[in-house]
Structure formats: C-alpha cells, structure tokens
Design a protein around this ligand. Structure first.
Ligand SMILES: [Cu+2]
Length: 622
C-alpha cells in the first residue's frame, strides 16, 4: 500500500460524505421492487403462530445500558434485559441485590456483547457486556436472562475495545479507549505522552460462583484502543487490538489523531502473560497486577496498519486477522503464520515503549480495496470462506473472499452501518445464514417521531452467492454490536429452584413473619396468587406497621413455582418497585422516612385476582 492510496483524514471524510449522498440517492428501496419479490422476502421472515425464530440476536443497547434480545429472522424484539441501568419494569436496580450490583451508577454505555465460548463456539451459558461510560464489565446468565455480576475496573478510561472472550472463555478482555494516568493520579494534559497510559484488563469469570475477577492488566502506550478480538485454534493464545491516536493528540482529535498514515494493531500472547503473573512478575497498581511490556519480552508486539482502523476480526479458522480501515478505504488481511514467523526471525522495524513493531510487508497478506467502498468498520464471516464488511460512509455491505480478496457482491444498507452480526458469526463455525447490519441512521424509513430518528437494523440473507436485503426495522439507541446464536444453544430455566436453605426465603405460609431488630424491621414474606403474606400471625397478614425512621427490609419469596407467574411489589408514593420471579427470593431495603398510610400492590399482572393482590405499609409518626 502506498501513502497516496490512504486518503488524508479531512479530505477523506468530506469526499466520503459526498459519495454517501450519491449512494443514498441511487439506491432503490424495497418498495420499488416487484410484488413477487416482496412476497418472497416476507415469506423468509414470517414465523407462523406456534413456531419460533431459529436464532436469538443479542444486541447491545448502547447508552441505554441494556441488552436487546431479538428473534431472527422475524426481527421481533423479545426482551430488554437491564444491565447497567435501573429498570422499573423488572425492579432491576431497586431490589437490594441489584442496587448493590449497580453501585450507585444510573447508566452505562454497553457496546459489545460477547457470548461465552467453549472450543471457539458460543456455548450459550453467559453473555458479557462492557460499560464504556463507567469502566465496568457485566455478566448476564442466559439461563434466566438476568444480570448476575458487575465488576468495576481500575486504571481504565472507557473499555470500548471489549468485551471479547478467548476461545474457552479463559479471559474476558477489555482494552481502554481513553488514556488516563494510572490510579487516576492528577497529571496535566501536557504530560500526556509520559504520564497517560492505555490499559487492557484481562478478567476471568467463574461459572459456578457467577463472579468476575481481575486476573491482570497490561499497561500500554496512550494510544486509543478501539476494537479487539481473540484468536482461534492456531492463534488461540493471542488477542489482537486496533489503535488510533498514535499521534498522542490531546485536543481536536478529528484532525490531530488522523495525521499519521499508520496506527497499530497490538498483539498480546495472553498465555505467556498468564505465566508471568503466576511467577509474580508484575507491579501492583491500584489493586491490579500490572504487566509492563518493557519488563516482559516475547509476549507483546505491534503491527503497523492503515490509519485509524476500527474493527479487527479473526477469521473462523484462526489463520488471519482482518483490520477494517475506517479512514483508509480498505480491509487489510494479516497472516498469523507470517506474524509468528516475523516474531521468530525478529523481523522488527521499530520499537515503541518496549513493544517490537513487526514489518508490515512481512505480516500483511492482502489489501482489499473495493472501488468506491468507503469507511470499512467491521468484518463478519460465513461458512464458505467469505468476509462481510460494513461500509459506514458508502452505506453498504461488501462480500469478499478471504483467500483471494475477490469482491463477490455489494448490497446497500439503510443507512451508515457500524457493526454487523452474522449467524454464529464470531465462532469457529459460522452458519452462513443471516447478517444483520446495525445502522446509525434511518433517515425517513419509518414513521416520524420528531427531530431525533430511531436507529435501524437491516436483515440480509447471506445464504446465496448474492446477498439479499430483506427488511429494515427501527431500534432504540443504540446497538453497537450484536451476536446471533442458534436457539438450541440457549437453555433457559422455567422457574427458580425451590431452595429451602436460601437466605431470607420463606416457603410455608405459616412461616411468614415480621422481626424487629432495634430500628430495623425485617419482613420475611410470601408472594403468591393472589395475595401477599407478610405476617402469618396477624389478623391482617398483608399489612405491615413500622415506625417513622425505621430501616425496613421486605424479603419476598415467590412461592408460585409455575413459569411466567412473576409478582411485582410496588409501594405507593415511596418510589419503590421490584419483582420476584417464580421461585425467586429478593429483598427491598429502604428507610420509612415518610409517616402515613401507603398501599402496597402487585405490579406484574399475575391472575384474574391480580387487582386484589395488595396490602398496606403503615408508618406510625415519630
Ligand atoms: Cu401478582
């Protein structure tokens, strides 16, 4: 690749936008297609009543902090799962357990979901989520579609480039987007190059205890880490990350971070670093075991790549990693075999902060540059050796062959796709069936809801030689990435197990009771169709009397062990609401700081006598 083929940042963006306008104007919409064509498209996505979608699509909800669950191919939204954000519909963030998990934060910015993997295949057990907004990682249990753990990450500045899991979920990796001084010690922006750092968090997750741990961190130059992927098979010990801002710009990044023709892909051998950590070769920084490339040779390398890349994706067979250029209109295919050879031969052209820089020519296998295709952001795969790239600026999907670089097909998306997700697309064996383009702009595709339009998603059939655009659907802000997993891999439970030893649980009506411990009142209660039982000894078992200023705990167990019989629990005028799913025990903790009479009622419709499922909280004045 020569310099002149890399468009300069500003001119490139302007030219790109102009081309984008032309593309927008030229594309035919589905409405102009023949009636038969429309019918066949409709048949492809119609799931008759009584049948189910073949795939789940797990989509990030961006700064909503939620997970959106869709059925594919119908594109019907099935569920919103709150992760980083309180959700009154499920009482998430109101119950004691979930409130503690949120740690006082009211939002998160969830970009990249990753389903847990076994042997490089989605195993359907857990889904991991990153929070760019508040430096956290979360796990969703896919047997219940509920968030089970959230961990804060020290030394980070927005872990945008995660989460991606290694092929047996040994690690959940999260590289940071914004450089900051370690331990968040104050340092002026003039000291950026010396004092600010890029950090990668390598976290582990215990499937039994359902808890995260921070295994170690890697301190890197203050480049911005954009996206990453884990190796597979022959490259299984490695992770790859794209960077931008190798210029160390600290202001006006749209210009200043786009000056260099090359940024870097950073390659890390996580297995080698694991050995270093086990041998105690790390520094303790703010509670994290920190690895510094200047102290550890042979595990961290950099490869030059066309300026400001976005995605980097490892092919299903693990032999190659593909960078999407963003500001350079090309996909660059790098060979792991050539990379390992260059490392072996010490074929280095430079060193940055103790990181050897490999020769571009030695490790690059191919540059793929479809004419007029601008703004490549991310690569997905099918089962026939093809790659699919989203083109943000020219608003299209480009299908090309990994081994030959031949462009096979191009189809428009409506409009400006960021990532795309293919069925089983991040695994060692993609299905080659559906691709969903996650678009940033919908323009006039849907009924207007005012100045701010919904985002959109295109469903594209990729089972044939030519791609076929099937439909576009609106979506809430803002899916950044999604994974599409076959329904056979998801095993949900129908009710929570009846566990007589569970803390605070009550299973027999006669055991429901109220216990006072000083200023604390603990209610061990039952929710069942169609009543609350808080105190079996009372004439009014569904009424609780406390004193103003008491700290009140409602420990509530739903003893209806029937699927979908969820009970809610709202206290009128107290701004409190949570739920207990069948067989679940959950706690609501609050201070009864307002005297008076407050109705309690079931918020989640549960039976014909749901309306009768109510009681009273009586707060005696001081
Ligand atoms: Cu109810």
């Amino acid at each position: 690749m020569t310099t002149k083929r890399i468009i300069s940042a500003v001119l490139g963006i302007i030219a790109g936008l102009l081309v984008a306008v032309v593309f927008f104007a030229d594309f035919n919409k589905a409405g102009e297609n023949a009636a038969g064509d429309i019918k066949s498209k409709a048949e492809k996505v119609y799931v008759p009543y009584g049948e189910l979608d073949e795939y789940y699509m797990m989509s990030s909800g961006g700064h909503s902090g939620q997970l959106f669950v869709y059925g594919i191919p119908s594109m019907r939204k099935i569920r919103t799962v709150p992760i980083f954000t309180p959700d009154p519909a499920t009482g998430y963030g109101y119950s004691k357990e979930t409130k503690e998990m949120l740690g006082g934060f009211t939002w998160g910015d969830f970009h990249h979901p990753a389903i847990s993997e076994t042997a490089g295949d989605y195993d359907g057990e857990f889904l991991f989520a990153n929070d760019v907004g508040n430096n956290r990682v979360a796990a969703v249990d896919l047997s219940t579609f509920t968030t089970v753990d959230i961990m804060s990450l020290p030394n980070m500045g927005g872990p945008h480039a995660g989460v991606f899991v290694t092929e047996n979920t040994e690690y959940i990796a999260l590289p940071t987007r914004f450089a900051r001084p370690l331990d968040n010690k104050y340092a002026d922006l003039d000291k950026y190059e010396e004092e600010y750092k890029g950090v990668v968090s390598m976290t582990t997750f215990d499937k039994e205890t359902k808890k995260f741990d921070l295994a170690y961190q890697i301190v890197l130059p203050p480049w911005s880490y954009d996206l990453s992927d884990a190796g597979k098979k022959m490259s299984g010990d490695w992770i790859v990350m794209t960077t931008y801002n190798s210029e160390f710009a600290t202001t006006n990044l749209e210009i200043n971070a786009s000056q260099n023709d090359r940024d870097y892909i950073v390659l890390v051998n996580w297995k080698k670093l694991e050995e270093e950590v086990a041998a105690g070769n790390y520094h303790d920084v703010n509670g994290a075991k920190m690895i510094d490339p200047r102290d550890h040779k042979g595990a961290i390398y950099a490869v030059p790549v066309a300026k400001s890349p976005h995605g980097v994706d490892v092919t299903p067979d693990g032999t190659r990693y593909i960078a999407a250029g963003k500001l350079a209109p090309m996909m660059t295919v790098f060979s792991f075999e050539q990379t390992f050879e260059a490392i072996e031969k010490e074929d280095f052209t430079d060193e940055k902060y103790g990181i050897p820089v490999l020769s571009y020519e030695s490790v690059m296998e191919r540059e793929v540059d479809p004419p007029g295709a601008l703004g490549p952001l991310h690569t997905q795969f099918d089962d026939k050796g093809n790659a699919y790239n989203t083109m943000f600026i020219s608003s299209e999907i480009v299908k090309w062959h990994i081994e030959t670089g031949e462009v096979i097909d191009r189809t428009p998306s409506y409009y400006s796709p960021g990532h795309s997700a293919a069925a089983e697309g991040d695994t060692v064996s993609p299905d080659g069936k559906w691709l969903v383009s996650l678009n940033k702009i919908s323009k006039d595709n849907f009924l207007s809801v005012g100045p701010s339009h919904p985002e959109s998603m295109d469903l594209i059939d990729i089972s044939g030689e030519k791609m076929e655009h099937i439909m576009a659907v609106p979506v809430d802000p803002e899916p950044h990435y999604a994974q599409i997993v076959h329904r056979d891999k998801i095993n949900t439970i129908t009710v929570y197990e009846k566990d007589e030893n569970r803390e605070n649980s009550v299973w027999k009506q006669e055991d429901a009771r109220v216990e006072r411990k000083g200023d604390e009142v603990h209610v061990y209660g039952i929710a069942m169709r169609s009543r609350f039982i808080f105190d079996a000894q009372s004439d009014r078992p569904d009424a609780v009397t406390v004193k103003e200023g008491d700290r009140v705990f409602f420990h509530l167990t739903n003893i209806d062990l029937d699927q979908d019989i969820t009970h809610g629990f709202g206290i009128n005028e107290y701004d409190l609401n949570f739920e207990v799913q069948p067989g679940q025990t959950s706690t609501l903790e609050f201070v009864a700081d307002k005297a008076g009479v407050y109705p309690i009622y079931c918020t989640n419709f549960c039976s014909a006598l749901h309306q009768e499922m109510s009681g009273y909280l009586l707060v005696e004045p001081k």
